[in-house]
Design a protein around this ligand. Structure first.
Ligand code: 5RP
Length: 219
């Protein structure tokens, strides 16, 4: 089975969690895109969506699905998104698509976070995937120096400006044994908007696609 087929399986499985008339939080990336395409098939049964990026909002609108601002709708019943890495404890690294801040906001505002991924994303320890950190532009070098003190090797993501007008540092060589603590520590650095660890608010359900179908891990 290809990763693409595995992603398709979990995109379809996530649809089972969607109830009538809900406003659905929708994430960003290739797996979230497949979920958007599945959601389009039931678009007349939902109230609409809140998107975690301009790219996802555009894809949703392309299908004729209503996209609300989060402020218009308040808390959401559900958020569906992919991840770059996950542990069995449902701690995640996200932000490979540079949408981490909006993703974290929508996840925080949602009662249930369903994470969908192909099973290559399941790891014992987070950190082989470089941890994205979104920073206010003027703080880039300062934050990079602090990240070195924390044991990482930050690399500026060239040519990328986030939907909120900020920069991304990708932090290599971290072996993240305490994701809750590291998430807090990095977020406290002046100039950091947020980092791609989703540990304080991890996923509630992880759906992994692989050769044996969909495996579900819950909190
Ligand atoms: C975007 C994300 C994505 O969820 C993450 O990068 C996974 O992407 P894909 O589904 O393409 O593997 O966090 O910021």
């Amino acid at each position: 089975m290809t990763p693409e087929q595995a992603k398709q399986l979990v995109a379809e499985a996530a649809i089972e969690y969607i109830e009538w008339d809900w406003v659905v939080g929708v994430g960003t990336g290739s797996t979230a895109n497949l979920f958007i395409d599945e959601l389009a098939k039931m678009k007349n049964n939902i109230e609409g969506t809140v998107a975690s990026s301009e790219a996802s909002a555009e894809r949703l609108r392309g299908h004729g699905i209503k996209v609300f601002e989060l402020d218009q709708v308040g808390d959401l019943p559900i958020y569906v998104d992919g991840a770059d890495e996950s542990t069995k404890h449902l701690h995640l690294i996200k932000g490979g698509g540079a949408a981490l801040t909006r993703e974290k906001i929508v996840a925080a505002a949602s009662e249930k976070f369903i994470c969908i991924a192909d099973d290559s994303k399941l790891v014992d320890t987070l950190g082989a995937f470089p941890l994205p950190v979104e920073v206010i532009p003027m703080s880039k070098s300062y934050v990079a120096r602090q990240l070195v003190k924390l044991g990482g090797n930050p690399v500026f993501r060239e040519g990328v400006v986030t939907d909120s007008g900020n920069y991304i540092l990708d932090v290599h060589d971290l072996k993240i044994t305490n994701p809750v603590e590291l998430e807090r520590e990095i977020n406290q650095l002046a100039g950091v908007v947020t980092n791609g660890l989703f540990a304080q608010r991890g996923a509630d359900v992880l759906l992994l696609g692989g050769k044996d179908g969909v495996t579900k891990i819950t909190a």
